[in-house]
Design a protein around this ligand. Structure first.
Ligand code: SAM
Length: 166
């Protein structure tokens, strides 16, 4: 399953699902109104391989049925929580990344993109030594501008794959 968390109004994943009809795509966002708008897009495009669900990303991951594995995970312009005392709310934390790693299939990839420099640096710091992930310099697999991407003067991306055992 391809998973986008914090999918907003679903622009990216609708375009992705349209051009990857053989892949099952699921987008989650915690805000119901965003999921409603995403579902309108999905219905208009008549995509059977795409589903949008209102959910907290962490809870969704924890309750994913056994046997469901993630092939591609997209985290695009997640809330940056710029204040130091709010950093604990950021999604890119070592524990979340471990949980994510326990649900990925062979050849999986994690795609992260942000326009907030300090969040990029922190995520790089968390991912580089992570026991279950390693950074990869491969190209971004699919481009389609998200709402936040269209407003960002610039942004940076990271790609990670499950760490190979020595
Ligand atoms: C900054 S917006 C980016 C939206 C979209 N990815 C884009 O690039 O336009 C972050 C999104 O993450 C969602 N979000 C925040 N915390 C979440 C959580 N715990 N679980 C799921 N979605 C969450 C927000 O509702 C919001 O739609």
């Amino acid at each position: 399953m391809v998973w986008e968390l914090g999918c907003g109004h679903g622009h990216f994943l609708t375009a992705y699902a349209q051009s990857h009809p053989e892949e099952l795509c699921v987008g989650v966002d915690i805000v119901g109104e965003r999921i409603e708008r995403a579902n309108l897009k999905r219905n208009r495009a008549q995509l059977n391989n795409l589903h949008f669900i209102q959910a907290d990303a962490r809870l969704f991951l924890e309750t994913l049925p056994t046997g469901t594995t993630l092939s591609r995970i997209f985290i695009l312009f997640p809330d940056p929580w710029p204040k130091l005392r709010h950093h604990k709310h950021r999604i890119m934390q070592p524990g979340f990344l471990s949980c994510l790693a326990s649900r990925v299939g062979e050849g999986a990839r994690l795609y992260f993109r942000t326009d907030f420099g300090p969040y990029f640096e922190d995520t790089h710091r968390v991912l580089s030594p992570h026991p279950h992930w390693e950074l990869s310099d491969e190209p971004w697999p699919f481009e389609f501008e998200t709402v936040f991407q269209s407003r960002a003067p610039n942004y940076r991306s990271l790609i990670a794959r499950p760490r190979r055992l020595p």
